[in-house]
Design a protein around this ligand. Structure first.
Ligand code: NAD
Ligand code: AKB
Length: 313
């Protein structure tokens, strides 16, 4: 029986990842874990362990006790929150990764998923259709920690044969769990205002194009990558993943089709500078050819589902 743990399970991605993994592999196979002592409703169908991933001894104990083979490590500070607390962001984002990679190096853990981000790119990176291999000069502490993490993942794969797999997620859009302090969070927040018939004040400029993805695509990509045969995984740093490239105005226009009275205003804050340093669209041809990645959600489909479900969950 597969035994996997999702660390950071109460977050935007973790909540949906645990639910989908439990659907596929059985409730008892998937352990949810996070900082909190109380378990979120959505995670109550299976085992839960309270864990600070920086506590290496407790992490080891949980992994050994449950005979966990696979780790999905989602605990991190995201771009906007990390800029407010750079020292702690670096500590959490790197220490958590090392604690997990070292258990894999020892052979206790067999497979690791660790997400990177479009934040690994910087303003000298070609912004349109950003290639897999290109200039990477991130200017945020979050992006620096993700790029360093990617290099360490590849190092552990090459030097110690650790089976670590990774995706550079775009900004993720979902309705089950709120986003946790990123620059792309506006693309979720806007739906809450639309649904409540409130004017939305966007913290990015109207023409800021960023790569986005509907959560269902991201969860499918994550599990497909983890289930792919090891020999198909040619990239052990992290795979580019495209998705929906769009601006705040384009999301607004798509919402307005469904909600004609919806209004927006733009009041850019410190997150604009972060967004300006990130790509506007991503070339994910390596993910397509190596492990068969194909996205299913375009802007229109995503907007319809978000409007139907936001605030209902
Ligand atoms: P989130 O902030 O919503 O969730 C992170 C979870 O980790 C939270 O539940 C938090 O309580 C938990 N956590 C924080 N510190 C912890 C610790 N010390 N020990 C254990 N748990 C801890 O983040 P998310 O959006 O779900 O992102 C998950 C991962 O995916 C992160 O690595 C993030 O960088 C990456 N990512 C997310 C996006 C996105 O748009 N959501 C895009 C690119 C990459
Ligand atoms: C953020 O905005 O920080 C995240 C990401 C793209 O990594 N959503």
């Amino acid at each position: 029986m597969k035994k996997a743990i999702v660390i950071g399970a109460s977050g935007q991605i973790g909540t949906e990842l645990v639910v989908e993994l439990r659907k596929r592999f059985g409730n008892d196979s998937i352990i949810a874990s996070d900082l909190g002592t109380t378990v979120k409703e959505a995670l109550k169908d299976g085992p839960y362990e309270q864990l600070d991933v920086m506590d290496a001894d407790r992490l080891r104990k949980i992994i050994v006790t449950h005979e966990v083979q696979e780790v999905y490590l989602l605990a991190a500070l995201l771009s906007a929150t990390a800029e407010k607390n750079p020292d702690f962001a670096w500590k959490l984002n790197m220490e958590g990764l090392f604690n997990v990679l070292n258990l894999a190096k020892e052979g206790i853990v067999k497979k690791v998923f660790w997400p990177s981000s479009i934040a690994v790119f910087g303003s000298n990176t070609p912004s349109d259709n950003t290639p897999q291999y290109t200039i990477m000069e991130p200017s945020t502490v979050y992006g620096i920690s993700k790029l360093a993490g990617e290099r360490w993942c590849e190092y552990y794969a090459k030097q110690y044969q650790v089976d670590v797999r990774s995706i550079r997620y775009p900004g993720l859009i979902s309705y089950t769990s709120l986003p946790g302090g990123g620059t792309t969070d506006y693309a979720v927040d806007i739906f809450y205002s639309a649904k409540k018939n409130e004017k939305y004040t966007c913290f990015l400029k109207e023409d800021t194009a960023l790569p986005m993805m509907y959560m269902e695509d991201a969860i499918r990509a994550t599990i497909d990558l983890m289930e792919a045969p090891a020999e198909d995984i040619k990239i052990r740093s992290s795979y580019n993943l495209g998705g929906i490239s769009c601006t705040p105005t384009e999301i607004y226009a798509a919402i307005k089709q469904e909600r004609p009275s919806f209004e927006i205003e733009y009041n850019p804050d410190f997150r604009q500078k972060i967004a300006d340093s990130w790509p506007s669209s991503i070339d994910d041809s390596h993910a397509q050819s190596d492990w068969g990645w194909k996205g299913e959600f375009d802007l229109e489909k995503m907007v319809k589902i978000m409007l139907e479900n936001v605030l209902e969950h």
